[in-house]
Design a protein around this ligand. Sequence first.
Ligand code: AHG
Ligand code: MN
Ligand code: MN
Length: 367
Amino acid sequence: MPQRPQPHQPHQPHRKTLTQFLIEERRRYPQASGGFNGLILNVAMACKEIARAVALGALGGLHGSADGAVNVQGETQQKLDVLSNAAFLRVNEWGGYLAGMASEEMEVPYQIPPQYPRGKYLLVFDPLDGSSNIDVNVSVGSIFSVLRAPEGADAVAEQDFLQPGTAQVAAGYAIYGPTTMLVLTVGNGVNGFTLDPNLGEFFLTHASLEVPADTHEFAINTSNSRFWEAPVRQYVSECVAGRSGPRGKDFNMRWIASMVAEAHRILMRGGVFMYPRDSKDPARAGRLRLLYEANPIAFLMEQAGGRASTGRQPLMSVQPGALHQRIGVIFGSRNEVERIERYHADPPGAELPNPLFNERSLFRVPA
Ligand code: AHG
Ligand code: MN
Ligand code: MN
């Protein structure tokens, strides 16, 4: 029998854009105004602009530190830190979706200029994470978190942003690596979108990401090991002991010094990341910032079936006390994070001196 002509087959499979994804998500909430989608698309626009500046590298004249500039953290600002912060503000301030913004690079909250309408959300961001890696061409990223603004007040105040991670409406990051990706949660799983640089569009390429519960990969800056607390020391020494230690399996270690890149690796293939509380600087509870680094990544991890903790409590349950507050951070594969939490709750005994070398041992080192 002769073959009937086939209906037209497109050459490319249909790929869902970020816009289509957001519109389809919104259909689940018939009362939604669409403002939230406008906000996420503006954030995506800022990320595209930053991706472009990062990709131009030395050609863009944007490598190196900004002249004498130091941010509220006391850290030298890179030119790209300053540019990325400005991009986030400019692209997001006009839309009418936001009541205010806060950033790693600004001491106090940013007020929406009076010529623009005010909205019902707050945007908190680290405009460029891992910026010490820019000049060596290693992946960097932007991290963001969306909160609800309290009703009524004309201006936003620091207090308005001091909400626990459980109050986040959405969170995500963009990673500027070999490809630029946007990874997003709106509280219904985690989805990854890859930027097509020719079309300037993000397309859904990694739907419903899930962090494997088990792993043999850990990430920690071991140059801080003398400052670690006993539970972290114990966990890492067991990983390092590998097959011959109590875990009975070999582990591998990674440290990129770009948390976005570490979080991305863990979302792709599992692992555990630690920048725990330590005794390096007693004035600080950790290295990473709670509101715009720890909480958004914690939301993504938990939405992908992983876990995020301070070691002592779920990260997202921490009530923030200050906009730029730092916190100990442990996240990734659920079973490993839970193990580290158990070590904090009930510190293991292996911190005791090895009996082979104790006071009465045959191997006692002479005084
Ligand atoms: P930022 O560039 O926004 O200041 O953040 C860098 C952070 C984080 O991305 C990374 O995990 C950590 O700093 C690296 O710290 P060390 O240099 O102590 O390893
Ligand atoms: Mn950062
Ligand atoms: Mn930063």
